[in-house]
Design a binder for this molecule. Structure first.
Ligand SMILES: [Zn+2]
Length: 116
């Protein structure tokens, strides 16, 4: 049996509970959220335990949003990596230009001292 997803409203871990509703006179399973005041549960009658778990875990919009979030995170990581590479290139170029400036300053200083 697959693991229960957390409560879709408060995010707390849900749990499977068995009850005996007086009207049905058979054992029923219910998935509940433990958070006080969060009444999220699967209370449809006459669905077996596996059916309740499947119903609880079936969340197409949430799954779609999670997939989209994962794709966005992947794209962001690629962007950060590329940006890091670009920063490394710019730092190397900055260092090269700094060395050029120091060379020209030194050359200019030598020429100026030669004139004086
Ligand atoms: Zn909840």
């Amino acid at each position: 049996m697959s693991k229960l997803k957390p409560c879709p409203f408060c995010g707390k871990p849900a749990y499977l509970d068995n009850v005996f509703p007086p009207l049905y006179k058979i054992q029923e399973w219910i998935i509940r959220c433990p958070t006080h005041g969060c009444f999220c549960n699967t209370d449809e009658p006459h669905i077996d335990k596996i059916g309740k778990v499947i119903a609880w875990n079936t969340r197409p919009i949430e799954d779609e949003l999670r997939a989209e979030l994962e794709k966005t995170i992947d794209n962001f990581e690629i962007y950060v990596m590329q940006t890091g590479e670009e920063i490394d290139v710019l730092r190397a170029e900055n260092e090269r230009l700094r060395e050029c400036i120091q060379y020209f300053q030194q050359t200019l200083k030598v020429r100026t001292e030669g004139i004086a």
